[in-house]
Design a protein around this ligand. Structure first.
Ligand SMILES: *Cc1c(COP(=O)(O)O)cnc(C)c1O
Length: 429
């Protein structure tokens, strides 16, 4: 699709020109591996700016964007309220190393929305949130073992990278070089959607309550409650990694959506309005183990950053119950339209949806765990679909393991244009 807005890079270079320069000074040309188009081939578009549901590349080409920074852009790009909040905060100083009012307001708003979460600690990424929450769980229980599920992604800390979804899966790596055997010795990996055996050595079971990093896979009925019961029986803690689902599925995230209350939560993405932020939270009793109250240490020079908290507060204030209804309606329209377009073209595809979250699998039936997801995601159809959509002006994530993120800026017209593109591309698959 072409551009109404010619947008030029400062260097005047094209996507290819800039990406070539990027590769000389940034490994693979990217600061996060999935962005490199490694699993779909080709050269990434280099973003010049975003506006509402669109991103524009440095050549002025416009795309309807469903990457949305992998989740933070729930209002659409450059929402005026978020932009104004950041500008106002920036004009008053960017970081102090002392408490600020906005940290209090953001923490209060998060705790208000999440039943059972009394306190949060703000950090700078989802990776930091899960990594530190694991330490907190170990400190609080005096136990070492953690259980995670294959295909769930919890950021790139050593103990959690094993059998991660998302970019780890796209690279075809089981975990990562550079992670010692010792670092993962206490990590047990279990298949998703099966309640594992939890014994009294287990500090915490960490789970994506709706898995969104191996394509979109919903928890089977009873899975999350089964984890709750198994953890209770063993005196282990249950952590929901809500870095994607938090403040996206509904006001109270996956805990409210599922009716299962974990002991620990990890957040990121939506709560920062596109600025670097993460958070973990729990009851006052569990959080009392954290320094300076308790003996579990954690710190951060930029944590609770004034720009990030201002953006997060502005973003959350717009995420009303009506907003979630609108997001769900948008996702449902996309699901229906895409399903119909694939069927019309005779393509075997499934378009799973959980509330406002969407995915696509080129195969059926819907996978329920990582092995089934891999069997589907490793066929080359996604790659062809991805490039076809890009040519039709729709940017999906450059990897079959990622979710589709409609925002509040994706209006009915934008959805219609997306479905028309799907129809055209499906006919070519
Ligand atoms: C993105 C993600 C993370 C990691 O967050 P970063 O901010 O990228 O470090 C952790 N858990 C889940 C479920 C995620 O989707």
């Amino acid at each position: 699709m072409t551009n109404s807005n010619p947008a030029l890079s400062n260097t005047g270079l094209s996507n290819t020109g800039l990406f070539a320069r990027a590769q000389a000074v940034i490994p693979g040309g990217v600061n996060s591996p999935v962005r490199a188009f490694g699993s779909v081939g080709g050269t990434p578009y280099v973003v010049e700016r975003g506006e509402g549901p669109y991103v524009f590349d440095v050549e002025g080409r416009r795309y309807i964007d469903y990457v949305m920074s992998y989740g933070p852009g729930i209002l659409g790009h450059a929402h005026p309220d978020v932009t104004a909040a950041i500008q106002h905060a920036a004009s008053r100083g960017t970081s102090f190393g002392a408490p600020t009012e906005n940290e209090v307001l953001l923490a209060e708003e998060m705790c208000r929305r999440i039943d059972g979460m009394d306190m949060v600690r703000l950090v700078n990424s989802g990776t930091e949130a899960t990594m530190t929450a694991i330490r907190l769980a170990r400190g609080a229980t005096g136990r070492d073992t953690i259980i995670k599920f294959a295909g769930n992604y919890h950021g790139h800390s050593d103990a959690l990278l094993v059998a991660g979804g998302s970019g780890v899966a796209q690279q075809g790596l089981k975990g990562s070089e550079g992670v010692t055997a010792g670092a993962v010795a206490d990590t047990v990996v279990a298949p998703y959607n099966v309640v594992p055996e939890v014994d009294e050595s287990v500090a915490v079971v960490i789970v994506e309550p709706v898995a969104a990093n191996m394509g979109l896979i919903a928890p089977q009925p009873g899975f999350l409650q089964g984890l709750r019961d198994a953890c209770d029986a063993a005196g282990a803690l249950l952590m929901f990694d809500e870095v994607i689902t938090g403040f996206r599925l509904c006001p109270g995230g996956a805990a409210e959506w599922s009716g299962v209350r974990p002991d620990l939560w990890a957040f990121g993405k939506v709560i920062g309005g596109g600025l670097p932020v993460g958070a973990f939270g729990a009851s006052a009793e569990v959080m009392a183990n954290l320094a300076p109250l308790g003996a579990v240490y954690q710190a951060g020079t930029l944590s609770g950053n004034p720009l990030a908290t201002a953006a997060g507060i502005a973003q959350l204030s717009l995420l009303t119950p009506d907003a979630y209804e609108q997001l769900t309606a948008t996702a449902t329209a996309l699901q229906d339209g895409m399903t119909e377009a694939f069927a019309a073209a005779g393509i075997s595809a499934s378009v799973p949806r959980v509330g406002p979250l969407l995915g696509v699998f080129f195969g059926a039936p819907l996978p329920t765990d990582f092995d089934e997801a891999k069997a589907i995601c490793e066929n080359v159809i996604y790659e062809r679909f991805f490039h076809g959509m890009l040519e039709h002006g729709v940017a999906l994530a450059p990897g079959a393991y990622e979710a589709i993120f409609p925002s509040l800026a994706h209006t009915a017209d934008v959805v219609t244009a997306t479905i028309e593109a799907v129809r055209s591309v499906a006919a070519t698959l």
